[in-house]
Design a protein around this ligand. Structure first.
Ligand code: UDP
Length: 345
């Protein structure tokens, strides 16, 4: 089996993908600068899979170092996660986001090109569709300039990779994720929270645990069935397995290929439905208030998941109930960990 480099492999989606790759028989090399995670995640990965990945702590923007590692290890494919991901922070500090997210991508691209045209699986987002006019949204929908620098780094990132693929540098599969939630069922890995959560599900679990007094539901007058926004929430292990399917496919592609694929469940769920489903799945109560809309939120976004099914032979299989049980299990374990208070990035 091929040896795969995972950049940002100790982060939330990265760590689950490392486990899924190991379970599928791949050897894994991780590069992570620990900017939004902890080194202990390596132990947790080993506890789950029985195999400790090879891990290097440096910034993938250091292209020479990255290229040496790829060549020394005999890496055959790259999954690139390493990026900053807070929408609000990116609005406050755009240059930090452009420098990091574009800089790391160019570095990974050059290292891939110069190490034998290695295939790249890129971590993109449904944010490239903005507020889509047609639902479910498919891969041919127009790409809309983002209101946030974070979102724009995904659009520009795809363009950079498309141009490089067109020039024959490598093949690329860009995965446009919808909303990843939940955690590994073992409770060993999940999304680490270094401060107040920005995303819905960590906010729900922290409110259920009593760490936060109430959830604010951002907007209740949207043109949706109950007035709250609709998203396509996908279990992070389903998403991790989509990366394994994408890497398998990418290893068979010739350079010059670029494909973008939606990774979602195909089902839309409103914020209020999420709260109710969490309460049903766990028997817990989540106090909430209806609050003002949050700037920049799309009204409703959910995936057309047909291309992933037909082309990658992958589809999401975990239920929302199961996902919430895993999210809650993780929240309880998180409370026992000693996580330093710092800003999420
Ligand atoms: N949301 C909310 N309260 C929160 C966090 C999020 O009502 O404390 C809503 C948000 O407005 C959006 C949905 O939950 O409609 C999903 O938001 P999230 O930040 O998790 O993901 P996004 O779709 O924005 O990437």
């Amino acid at each position: 089996m091929a040896k795969i480099l995972v950049t940002g492999g100790l982060g939330y989606i990265g760590s689950h993908t490392v486990v899924a790759l190991q379970e599928a028989g791949y050897e894994v090399v991780v590069v992570d600068n620990l900017s939004n995670t902890l080194a202990e995640v390596e132990d947790s990965i080993e506890k789950i899979s029985g195999t400790r990945p090879i891990v290097h702590h440096f910034d993938v923007a250091e292209q020479g170092k990255l290229q040496n590692l790829i060549q020394d290890e005999g890496v055959e494919g790259i999954i690139h996660f390493a990026a900053f991901l807070q929408v609000n922070e990116s609005v406050e500090n755009p240059l930090k986001y452009y420098e990091n997210n574009i800089g790391t991508l160019v570095s990974v691209g050059k290292a891939a090109r110069d190490s034998g045209n290695l295939p790249i699986v890129f971590s993109s987002s449904c944010t490239v569709y903005g507020n889509p006019e047609t639902l479910p949204v498919d891969e041919n929908a127009p790409i809309v300039n983002s209101e946030s620098p974070y979102g724009q780094t995904k659009i520009v990132g795809e363009q950079i990779l498309k141009h490089a693929a067109d020039a024959g540098d490598f093949p690329v599969i860009s995965l446009r994720y919808f909303n990843p939630i939940g955690a590994h069922p073992s409770g060993e890995i999940g999304e680490l929270q270094f401060g107040e959560p920005h995303h819905l599900v960590p906010y729900i679990t922290e409110t259920a645990s009593g760490k936060r007094s109430e959830l604010k539901i951002f907007g209740s007058d949207y043109p949706t069935s109950d007035g709250t926004c609709v998203r396509d929430y996908i279990h992070v292990m389903d998403l991790a397995e989509a990366h394994v399917a994408a890497m398998k496919k990418a290893l068979s592609l010739k350079r010059g290929n670029f494909e973008a694929v939606n990774i979602g469940t195909g089902k839309g769920t409103s914020v209020l439905e999420m709260v109710k489903s969490f309460e049903n799945a766990t028997g817990l109560e989540v106090p909430y208030v209806l609050a003002d809309r949050r700037a920049g939120d799309a009204i409703a976004v959910y995936a057309s998941a047909g291309k992933a099914k037909d082309w990658l032979k992958w589809e999401a299989s975990r239920s929302l109930d199961e996902t919430f049980r895993d999210a809650w299990n993780w929240e309880k374990n998180l409370a026992k960990k000693n996580i330093p208070e710092r800003e999420n990035v």
